[in-house]
Structure formats: structure tokens, C-alpha cells
Design a protein around this ligand. Structure first.
Ligand code: PLP
Length: 401
């Protein structure tokens, strides 16, 4: 029973939690199981191997933790660092702000490198800090790959280049919550030490699983890291990996089967095709925004996100009213503007198991809401721009060729 019924499907276009495909819902519709039976460890063993593919790592060690992105952050930090350690962290939007808050509350000494919201991480400042740090006092660089609040994607390869150029040993910790499985992400190639995501984003699962992957260097760092950790201690997991039973505590059986089904769908489509699809959906969205005469919150093309577009509204419109009305009138869920950009932007999430025609429904809905709130939009303009682009670019569905 819905709490607040609306006919037809809800058009879920917040940038997480996202739509769960029917195949995944069906795979999760099952009884609990004894996780100490041979079945769950067998399932887990293959999942741990397969999940590495979404990080593009062969040497990383993954952990499937019953938590959210916030817990995955904490696991990355407490397993590798000690209180008082100096870290460099980039503040570019609400989620990087929340991670920095966590870093400070865990008593790390954080050099906050702030950019205007809508801009990417200031890597010139990083380069000068790294160049000046001859004594290697900086223990880690923390960066959100894709800032979900503003639709900004940071250049991770450029961060690695800076660290390598100065032969700096800082750990490279990356929040890939709204990027992994949707954007180009290469843990091994970019020398990332800890990468993490949450199940409710591009994997298109329910919330509740934090997926964290650690490099050899990160695992080595656990030996000297003095941060207090209990629930998130990777060594508890590793102990049970060795025993072949895999779980230090009770896993969510349903989420494990859901993850199996989600990975099967991604591999069936092909991870690179999934990433290309996100590129098309994002480009179509940006073309629609342009056709409406509105601005993208992201200030430069190099930072454009392929998973979320934050749209700036004119000052005489409150963007929260757009979000409210979209849900009330059109059964369309859009993302609110958060914190500094509250009331100023609304967000279209275009990530996860989603196709082009679903997006067209969302764009048609946004046009109607814009008109509702008094913005002089030409109905059909964004849809026309998006469909002209998509009609020329959508490939045949790989499994139907
Ligand atoms: N990091 C990013 C980039 C996010 O977008 C979010 C949530 O939207 C989080 C971290 C926090 O994740 P969670 O809400 O699952 O704890």
C-alpha cells in the first residue's frame, strides 16, 4: 500500500536512491537464509570477485558492508588513518562538505580546499601543497569524484598525476558514490587506494550496502592506523575471508542476491556500454536545459557530470516549488537544491538502470512544471532538443543485436 498513492509509475529522477529494475526486485524477493550454510559464502566469494570489475581493479580487496555511503566514508578513513593525521580534502558541494565534517569529527587535521559551488576541486592548490610537503606530513587526499549536489565531476587522473609528479606517498581516498558504475572509473590505473560507493546509486539496488575497495597500500596502512574502529574494521572481514565463511556479522541475504542480479544486468549490457548510456542521457539533459534557456550549475564543460544535472532557476523562482509541484502534479521526483544552492537549483538525476525514453518523460514533466511556476518555457523545446540528439545516437540494445 502506497502512503501517498499516485496512478502509474513514479518518475524517480532524484540522483539516488534510483529505480530498481524488476529483475533485481524479483531476485531480492526471497526468504532469509542461514549465512553459515555453504550457499551464502559461495555466493559471496563470487560477488567479491565480480564487484572488482565495477571499480576496474584486479588487485583491490573489496568489502560489502551493511551500511550507506556515509558508513563507507568512515570505513575508508578509520581503517587507514590515525587521529591527528593531516589530510587534504576538497569542498565543492554538500556531499564533500559532509565528508569533511566527518573527517573533522574523527579528529583528522583537515586542509580544506574550497571552491565555489559549481566548480571542481582546485587541483592547483593541491599541487602547491604537495610540492611544499617535502616531509610528507600529508597522509591522505580525500576527494568526491562526482559531487551530487552540484553535478560536478572531478578529474581523478589529474590528482594521481600530481602525486606521482612529486613522488608523494599520500593515500588517495575517493568517494565514488554517484560515479562508480556510471562514469569512467579506473581504480588501478589511477592508483586509487580506497574507492567506495553505495548500493542505492548507479548499482540500482535498495539502500543498505556500502561497497568499499582497498588497494594493497591501503591494507598495509591498516597496520599502523590508530583510529578506533569496530563495526567497520576491515581486519574482521579479512579474518573471515581467510576462513572462507566471509561474514564477521549477519549480511543482508536479500541485498546479496540483489547485488548478484544487478551485476548480471550490468555485465550483460557491458560496463562500457553502461557508461556510454550515462553519457547520452546526460548530454540529452544538458541540451534540454539549454533549450529551456536555463543554466547548468556546473560552470565549465570539463566538470559536467554524466549522472546528475543541477539546473539553475531565475531568481524570481524558488526551485523547491518546482520539486514540490513535480511530485504533487506529475508524479515526478526531482532533486532539491541543497544547502548553499537551496531554492536556486533543482537536480535531475540520470543514473542507474534507466533508458532514454524514461528520461524523455522526465524532461516533458520538467517543462510543464516550469510553465506552472511562471517560467516562460516553450513546451516541447527541451524534449525536441533531447530527442533530436538521442535519435541520432542511441545504438541498438547490445543484447538484441
Ligand atoms: N557521497 C555522495 C557523492 C553522495 O551523493 C551521497 C548521498 O547522496 C553520500 C556520499 C552519502 O551517502 P548515504 O546517503 O548513502 O550515506
Amino acid at each position: 500500500m502506497d502512503y501517498v498513492y499516485g496512478p502509474g509509475r513514479n518518475h524517480l529522477f532524484v540522483p539516488g536512491p534510483v529505480n530498481i529494475p524488476d529483475q533485481v526486485i524479483r531476485a531480492m524477493n526471497r526468504n532469509n537464509e542461514d549465512y553459515r550454510s555453504p550457499a551464502v559464502p559461495a555466493l559471496t566469494k563470487i560477488l567479491l570477485e565480480d564487484v572488482k570489475k565495477i571499480f576496474k581493479t584486479t588487485s583491490g580487496t573489496p568489502f560489502l558492508i551493511p551500511t550507506t555511503g556515509t558508513g563507507a566514508w568512515e570505513s575508508a578513513l578509520t581503517n587507514t588513518l590515525s587521529p591527528g593525521d593531516r589530510i587534504v580534502s576538497f569542498l565543492i558541494g554538500q556531499f564533500s562538505l559532509l565528508w569533511i565534517d566527518q573527517q573533522q569529527r574523527l579528529n583528522f587535521k583537515v586542509d580544506v580546499v574550497e571552491s565555489e559551488w559549481g566548480q571542481g576541486a582546485n587541483l592547483d592548490v593541491l599541487a602547491s601543497k604537495i610540492a611544499a610537503d617535502k616531509a610528507h606530513t600529508i597522509k591522505a587526499i580525500c576527494i568526491v569524484h562526482n559531487e551530487t549536489a552540484t553535478g560536478v565531476t572531478n578529474d581523478l587522473a589529474a590528482v594521481r598525476k600530481i602525486l606521482d609528479h612529486y613522488q608523494h606517498p599520500a593515500l588517495f581516498l575517493v568517494d565514488g558514490v554517484s560515479s562508480i558504475c556510471a562514469l569512467d572509473f579506473r581504480m588501478d590505473e589511477w592508483g586509487i587506494d580506497v574507492a567506495l560507493t553505495g548500493s542505492q546509486k548507479a548499482l540500482s539496488l535498495p539502500t543498505g550496502m556500502g561497497i568499499v575497495c582497498a588497494s594493497h597500500k591501503a591494507l598495509e596502512a591498516t597496520k599502523t592506523a590508530k583510529s578506533v574502529r569496530v563495526f567497520f574494521d576491515w581486519n574482521d572481514y579479512l579474518k573471515f575471508y581467510k576462513l572462507g565463511t566471509y561474514w564477521p556479522y549477519t549480511p543482508s541475504i536479500q541485498l546479496l542476491y540483489g547485488l548478484r542480479a544487478a551485476l548480471d544486468l550490468i555485465f550483460e549490457e557491458g560496463l562500457d556500454n553502461v557508461i556510454a548510456r550515462h553519457g547520452r542521457l546526460a548530454k540529452a539533459t544538458r541540451l534540454a536545459v539549454e533549450a529551456w534557456g536555463l543554466k547548468n550549475c556546473t560552470q565549465k564543460e570539463e566538470w559536467f557530470s554524466d549522472t546528475v544535472t543541477a539546473v539553475v532557476v531565475p531568481p524570481y523562482i524558488d526551485s523547491s516549488e518546482i520539486v514540490r509541484r513535480a511530485w504533487k502534479r506529475y508524479n515526478l521526483s526531482l532533486g532539491l537544491g541543497l544547502n548553499k544552492v537551496a531554492g536556486k537549483v533543482f537536480r535531475i538525476g540520470h543514473l542507474g538502470n534507466l533508458n532514454e525514453l524514461q528520461l524523455m518523460g522526465c524532461l516533458a514533466g520538467v517543462e510543464m512544471v516550469l510553465k506552472d511556476v511562471g517560467y516562460p518555457v516553450k513546451l516541447g523545446s527541451g524534449v525536441a532538443a533531447a530527442s533530436a540528439y538521442l535519435q541520432n545516437t542511441i545504438p541498438l540494445i547490445p543484447s538484441r543485436i
